[in-house]
Structures are given as structure tokens and as C-alpha cells.
Design a protein around this ligand. Structure first.
Ligand SMILES: Nc1nc2c(ncn2[C@@H]2O[C@H](COP(=O)(O)OP(=O)(O)OP(=O)(O)O)[C@@H](O)[C@H]2O)c(=O)[nH]1
Ligand SMILES: [Mg+2]
Length: 280
């Protein structure tokens, strides 16, 4: 059997649902998702094999093209463009419930400079009436050279099979990059650190999750097949300590319990999670 591959970057405004879509396609949670902005910071690759074709999906940080350049947004921007550069095709994801044509057109002009094929995917169609999108689609089709349009719901798994059937058609002959068991470029320790960051994002004001670094220092399967995990939360300011610990340690307790439950659901094993707060 001849092997084929295809590399696709999933690009779109922060919160469009890029990570949700990748998780849905890969069938496992490899990229964290959240209501708050700029959840994804690193370039995460999700791998989906369909018969002889391997598709690599690049989950990129939200493409607001980051007007305020601070250190963090520089990193996000670099990871975004690396993803776009490496890909054969751009899948541009739009939150259908929040369409801003001016913003969308600015983004399309920018990514069209890459001369790559663009597919536009309207996500979150569970929140709107599909027919509202029709005039928008024909307008974009008139003004831009777009390969094709799809309407999907990443969360509710609607329209994704159809999308995949189309994507496979762009694949080309090449050896696979990942083995047929690998689903991401990130290891378990990275995913565990990200899961904790997701939980912290859920409970705490957005300033904090962006100012912490999480290292999973221990990840060990015990003899009874339980998993022991130790994670260090590095903070750069003392005042964050009080906020993360919460009154009588209630916040960190909630974070630990929630994260432990999440890990258990993913790894299907009993988890012993230990968290340590470190001020750098
Ligand atoms: N109703 C609905 N919500 C969705 C859908 N897809 C994603 N969401 C929600 O939208 C929010 C953002 O999803 P993410 O996957 O984190 O978005 P993202 O594009 O990766 O965001 P960044 O990483 O910040 O760029 C989450 O709360 C998701 O649950 C969908 O199809 N329908
Ligand atoms: Mg994301």
C-alpha cells in the first residue's frame, strides 16, 4: 500500500474552537480548551490516520495577529506562523455566532499571502441557524479565492466526517511521519501540565494562568497500576500564592481534585496527584 500524508494548520481567532476540533478529530484530549482567550500557546499536532492517509493537524494559537507585542504574544505569533508555514493547507475556523466581516477579511488577506489553499470552516453551528450563513458564504466566495466552505460543530461532532472526506483528497504520496499509534507530537508529561493549566484557567482570573509555568516532575506507574503524578506550579510573583492557595487552601484543593478527576477520565487509571507551588 502506498502511503499518503497531508499537513493542515487550523487557524482562527482565539476561542473559535480550534483545539476542540482537533480533540474531536483525534478522539482524545490532546489540546486544552477554554472559554477564555489564548488558551493554546504552543504548536500542538494532532494525528489522524484514515486508511493509507496520515493527516497532521496543527493546532495554532489564536490568530488575532496580536497587535500588542509583549513577550508572550511574540511567542504565540511565532508558533502560529510556524504552523502555517509547515502546512500544505490552511483550515480557517470561524465562530459562526460571532462573525465580524472586517476582521475576517483582514485575516484572509493576511493568510492569502502564503498562497496556500484555504478552506473556511464555520464552527459552532449548533448556536445559530445554518441558513443565516448562506449569504455570508456567497459574499466571501465572491471576494476571495477559497477552496471550499464547511459548516460544523466541533463540540457536537456535526459535519466533521464530511470535512475529513474532503481533506483526504488533498493528500499526496509520502511516508508517514508518525507511527500508527502516535496521536500527537507532545508527550504525556506535557499533556498533564496542560491539563493542570486548563483547570487553573477555569477557576482563576486570566492574569494568573498566563504568569505560571507548570512542570510535571513525576509521572510513574505504580505496581498496582495506579499512576503517581507530581506537578510543580511556578509563579513569578508572591501575591499569586495567596490566590492560588485560596482561603484555608480551598482553591488549590479544588484545582487538585478537579485535575485529578480529569486525568483519571483520560488515562482510565487511579491517579495520585500532588501539587507544589514554587515562587521563582
Ligand atoms: N457551542 C459550541 N461551543 C464550542 C464549539 N466548539 C468549541 N466551543 C467552545 O468554545 C470555547 C473555545 O474553544 P477552544 O477549542 O478552546 O478555542 P480555540 O480556538 O482553541 O482558542 P485559543 O486556543 O484561545 O485560540 C470552549 O468553551 C469550547 O467549548 C461548538 O461547536 N459549539
Ligand atoms: Mg486552542
Amino acid at each position: 500500500m502506498k502511503y499518503k500524508i497531508l499537513k493542515i494548520s487550523i487557524v482562527g481567532k482565539t476561542n473559535a474552537g480550534k483545539s476542540t476540533l482537533i480533540n474531536q478529530i483525534v478522539g482524545e484530549k490532546i489540546s486544552i480548551q477554554n472559554k477564555k482567550i489564548n488558551t493554546t500557546q504552543e504548536l500542538i499536532i494532532g494525528v489522524k490516520n484514515i486508511k493509507n492517509t496520515q493527516i497532521l493537524f496543527y493546532d495554532t494559537p489564536g490568530s488575532n495577529f496580536l497587535k500588542n507585542i509583549n513577550n508572550q504574544s511574540k511567542k504565540l505569533k511565532k508558533n502560529l506562523w510556524n504552523g502555517i508555514d509547515e502546512s500544505d493547507l490552511i483550515l480557517y475556523l470561524v465562530d459562526s455566532s460571532l462573525i465580524n466581516m472586517k476582521f475576517l477579511y483582514d485575516q484572509l488577506y493576511k493568510i492569502k499571502e502564503t498562497k496556500k489553499n484555504i478552506i473556511i470552516c464555520f464552527n459552532k453551528t449548533d448556536l445559530i441557524e445554518n441558513k443565516k450563513l448562506l449569504p455570508i458564504i456567497s459574499k466571501i466566495d465572491e471576494d476571495h479565492k477559497i477552496e471550499s466552505f464547511f459548516t460544523i460543530s466541533a463540540k457536537k461532532n456535526i459535519g466533521i466526517d464530511e470535512l475529513l472526506r474532503k481533506l483526504v483528497k488533498f493528500s499526496y504520496f509520502s511516508n508517514w511521519i508518525y507511527t500508527d499509534e502516535e496521536i500527537t507530537n507532545k508527550d504525556d508529561k506535557f499533556i498533564l501540565s496542560e491539563l493542570l493549566r486548563e483547570t487553573i484557567l477555569k477557576y482563576l482570573h486570566k492574569e494568573i494562568p498566563y504568569n505560571i509555568k507548570i512542570i510535571t516532575s513525576t509521572y510513574k506507574t505504580l505496581r498496582n497500576s495506579d499512576i503517581k503524578i507530581k506537578q510543580k506550579i511556578y509563579i513569578n510573583e508572591k501575591r499569586y500564592k495567596k490566590i492560588i492557595l485560596g482561603k484555608n487552601g480551598n482553591m488549590i484543593k479544588k484545582i487538585r481534585e478537579d485535575s485529578q478527576k480529569k486525568i483519571k477520565n483520560i488515562f482510565k487509571k487511579r491517579i495520585h496527584l500532588y501539587l507544589e507551588l514554587v515562587i521563582k
